[in-house]
Design a protein around this ligand. Structure first.
Ligand SMILES: [Zn+2]
Ligand SMILES: [Zn+2]
Length: 266
C-alpha cells in the first residue's frame, strides 16, 4: 500500500509541476500593483506561491530612501537614533517594545495601502508585506518571534468583508518566519467608532477593553508576539492590543506594519 502511495506521489508531482508551468505560460505572473509581467516569483518546497512580488519599479516607488528610524515608533530620525524614543513618541506610553515598518504612509504607499484593503486586492496586501519582509528581514529574523497575530476586527465587520488586510499580512509573515500564525488568538470584543475621526483622548477611551486573548489562560506565557497591522497612526490600537497580549502572559510585543503615518498626515 505504501509502495502504491509512493508511486502515485512520484507520478503526480511532475504532472503538478507541468500543470503549473503551463498555467504560468498562459497566465504569466504579474505585479499586483501595476499588472506588468514579472519574471520572478517565489514558491516554497511544495511549489506553493509564498507571496506575489512587486515589479522593480513599484518596489522603488514604495520604498523610502534609506534612513535611520526611531525604534519605538518607526518614524525617521537623524543620524543620532536614541533608544528612548524620538521627539514624536518620547511622551507616549507605548506598551509594545518596538515598531518594524516598511515605509511611510505618504503618496504612493498611502494609495497602495488603501487599495490593499479592498476585497479584490488580497494579492497586493501579500505583496506589500513581502516588501516589508525583504526590507526588514534582518530585524524580523533577529527578534526571536514565537507567534504572529494580526490586529483583529470586530465580528460584525468580518461578516461584511471577508478580506482583512492585517490577517493576510500576518499569514505571509508567519510563513516567512516559519512561526505559528495565531489566527483568532486575539479578538476584538467591543464594537468601536472609527478612530480616524477622534481626538487622542477619545481614541484611548474608544478602544478601552476592546481586545482580549481568546485561548487557554497563560497560553502566551513567556512568548514574544509579533503584532501585525497595515498602518500605524498614533499607536493607540497597537497599544491596546499589546495590553491584552501582555495580560495573557506574553513577555513582549513587537509591532510590524507596512507603513507608519508621519505626524503631518495624522
Ligand atoms: Zn509594478
Ligand atoms: Zn519615535
Amino acid at each position: 500500500m505504501n509502495d502504491l502511495r509512493q508511486i502515485s506521489a512520484a507520478v503526480a508531482r511532475p504532472l503538478t509541476q507541468l500543470g503549473r508551468a503551463a498555467f504560468r505560460f498562459v497566465f504569466p505572473p504579474s505585479c499586483p500593483r501595476c499588472r506588468r509581467e514579472v519574471e520572478f516569483e517565489e514558491r516554497d518546497g511544495r511549489g506553493r506561491l509564498i507571496a506575489p512580488v512587486l515589479c522593480h519599479q513599484c518596489a522603488a516607488d514604495l520604498l523610502p530612501p534609506p534612513s535611520r528610524r526611531c525604534v519605538r515608533c518607526g518614524l525617521p530620525v537623524g543620524s543620532h537614533a536614541p533608544t528612548d524614543g524620538c521627539p514624536h513618541c518620547r511622551s507616549s506610553k507605548f506598551r509594545f517594545r518596538s515598531v518594524i515598518r516598511c515605509g511611510l504612509y505618504d503618496d504612493a504607499m498611502r494609495s497602495a495601502c488603501i487599495r490593499a484593503k479592498s476585497s479584490t486586492e488580497s494579492p497586493l496586501a501579500a505583496a506589500l508585506v513581502n516588501l516589508l519582509w525583504l526590507h526588514a528581514r534582518h530585524e524580523l529574523d533577529s527578534e526571536q518571534i514565537d507567534v504572529v497575530v494580526a490586529v483583529p476586527r470586530h465580528w460584525t465587520k468580518r461578516l461584511l468583508h471577508r478580506h482583512h488586510a492585517a490577517e493576510t499580512l500576518a499569514r505571509v509573515l508567519a510563513r516567512r518566519l516559519n512561526k505559528p500564525h495565531g489566527r483568532g488568538l486575539l479578538r476584538k470584543i467591543k464594537w468601536t467608532l472609527d478612530q480616524s475621526d477622534l481626538t487622542a483622548a477619545e481614541r484611548k477611551l474608544n478602544l478601552k477593553d476592546a481586545f482580549a486573548v481568546w485561548s487557554r489562560p497563560r497560553s502566551l506565557a513567556g512568548k514574544t508576539v509579533l503584532l501585525v497591522d497595515d498602518i500605524l497612526t498614533t499607536g493607540t490600537t497597537a497599544n491596546e492590543c499589546t495590553r491584552a497580549l501582555l495580560h495573557a502572559g506574553a513577555t513582549q510585543v513587537i509591532v510590524a506594519v507596512i507603513a507608519v503615518v508621519p505626524p503631518h498626515a495624522r
